[in-house]
Design a protein around this ligand. Sequence first.
Ligand code: NDP
Ligand code: MG
Length: 384
Amino acid sequence: MKNIAILGASGSIGQNTLSVIRNYPDKFKVVALSVNSDIGRLSSQIREFKPLAVCVNDRDRALALSSKIKSGVKIFSGRQGLEELVRDKRIDQVVFAISGASALTPLVSAIESGKDVALANKEALVMAGPIILRLARKNKVRLMPIDSEQSAIWQCLEGEDRGALKKIYLTASGGPLRKLNKRELKDIRLKQVLKHPRWKMGRKITVDSATLMNKGLELLEAMFLFGLAASQIKVLVHPEALIHSMVEFIDGVLIAQLSTTDMRIPIQYALSYPQRLKNTLPEIDFYKLGALHFEKPDFKKFPCLGLAYAAARRLGTFPCVLNAANEVAVAEFLKEKLKFRHIPEVSAKVMRSHTNKLNPALSDILQADAWARQEALRVIARLN
Ligand code: NDP
Ligand code: MG
């Protein structure tokens, strides 16, 4: 029996993780849950899964929960509460399904206290990849990716000679706006952006999919997770989203990972690794499918991808700065205070005024993150 903590339990990945766990009550036990503020959903999860402890980031909502819940569950609040909760010795594995940079310090806490990690959150890794990987090695912690592309590469590399890896192909469905031209993209509205053709996800990652920043973040994520150079990673638009990524070896052999487009598959693998467990999700029907398609991404239409390659070549604090500027821009777009076409412009301007710090410590990362957020808000104020 594996004891699991799920941070970001009320979100899309969090709920999918609970749905995997529901199928295997003899293999996984939920011992801790966290949300930002959605105590309604958390209350019903407490009733169903009976965790030992929960954390609500919003302190007022945490107080409201404690007056509502009669069971003996321990309630933590705030970022520090979460950092404390993940250190609980009864937890074996922590699922990071929180969105955004706020996952970083709890991730550090989980690794320092020796917990295996199943990582859906990509922002923390983008911000501080080398630090996270060093810490994981030092504490003998396994980092199991949930993001479907990273899970694919991980599975393709299992048992292979890493020294023989030449490059990887990160596949991208192309997002909801793939077929629009530059002019149509210019004034695209929030509602259209939130309609993703392949995946049902949280709002932030859905916007990132539309700008292709999601692929840019994944490029950085893959670099850090698998120790690659930016030049070894190729982004490949693949609208059917069945090949979740591929690896190519020095002898010209490629290995691809395919599965039904459902996040429960990579989530389940990260929980059950190295075992594979049965599930009842629909199989791919190749007779019906007929063909798979591939395209080169359009860097002119989607400048975020180019920004991510630039950050990947420069490293240091650049990936963190790009992530922070993008988070701020996306948040403003979600509030309908920024136009879609300005999202990459904000990140580009913030990156232009950044002075890089190579080999940053965690404190440098947190400082660069705070600086980039302020700078992004300044840029946005000037744009509007
Ligand atoms: P959602 O927006 O659906 O869920 C986010 C979760 O994190 C919610 O439980 C939310 O709580 C919680 N949360 C948000 N902000 C904070 C905070 N400051 N402190 C604590 N908790 C917080 O996101 P997704 O599930 O779509 O994505 C989660 C992560 O996984 C992202 O990093 C994303 O990039 C990555 N990912 C997602 C995929 C997907 O298919 N959805 C695929 C691959 C990666 P509340 O509900 O209370 O606001
Ligand atoms: Mg992905």
